[in-house]
Design a protein around this ligand. Sequence first.
Ligand code: KG4
Ligand code: ZN
Length: 352
Amino acid sequence: MTRDEAMQADVLALREKEHVRILSLETSCDETAAAVIEDGRSILSNIVFSQIDLHALYGGVVPEIASRAHVDACDRVIDEAVKAAGMTLEDVDALAVTYGPGLVGALLTGVSCMKGLSYALQKPLIPVHHIEGHISANFLTSPDLEPPFLCLVVSGGHSHLVNVPDYGTYELWGQTMDDAAGEAFDKAARVLGLPYPGGPRVDALAEEGNPHYLTLPHPHTDGRYDYSFSGMKTAFLNSVHHMEQMGEPLPKADLAASFREAVVSSLVEKAMLAAEDSGMKKMALAGGVSANRLLRRRMQETCDARGIALYMPQLNLCTDNGAMIGSAAYYRLKKGEVAKMTLNAIPSLRLV
Ligand code: KG4
Ligand code: ZN
């Protein structure tokens, strides 16, 4: 039996095991994160090492710095996760790693590390799509959530509206035509002089501001559930630059609140359109922007008014973490999926 065949046999056997503990690693962008997850739903440990301080100096993620920092942090973060779960590496049933999408060097660090560990420990490795991980963060926060449901995925690189008819199955209903929601927040933050990562700063500042100070264009998209943020972003940048040229002081809180209002109302509107059209009574949020306070409040109000059950990851599971990868891996394992030793990082890996 080859090594790949042996790992396949191990995964099939694990499907019958009463409790499965997965050690997962996430290194797709600027967080080195590891976790131990039991049966896809319980967090035994969740360790996140954020590289934000390293990148803040440059106003954004520097890929080469990210890769090197992952190399430095991987072993330590894995060690901490295993110890915090009260286990040793030997106690782990399977391993999981994000293999795309993301920065190629950052992904490769994690994939190489987990392939090495899988080889040394003779334990199967489950490859996980980063966005599938974000969606699965909901399974950790809401033990009662089962497919089918609709999910609004809003992160630094993605704005997708997906239908999730079953575990590991996705139908793309809508997506952004240009910028991702998180990317738009980060650009608005930059023009307001707020440090990287800007999304959470715009959100905090917006709490104090007037959301109707500035009216930003509501985008038109051909696709019924598609998004577009570049028009409102450009209008926002033009308004700010105009004020600066006129020597006017920037009402930063009002500007932040107006931008947040425009992005969030567009996100909620299309998500509700999809819910209405499909008759689906379960809606989930996922990705870094699902930490946005207005998005959470507005979605809750709107879903409550329509009798839709809303699921949101707890705040520390919205942005990148290892726990969400371990949850997604469990359902892949249940389908008998396992990585071959030829597994590679795929920077532009698609969800569907
Ligand atoms: O999901 P994530 O951690 O990484 C990607 O997979 O991209 O998302 C990061 C993005 C960043 O653009 C960040 O500014 C944004 O999520 N973000 C927020 C908030 N928290 C994080 N955007 C708006 N409001 C927030 N509270
Ligand atoms: Zn992410």
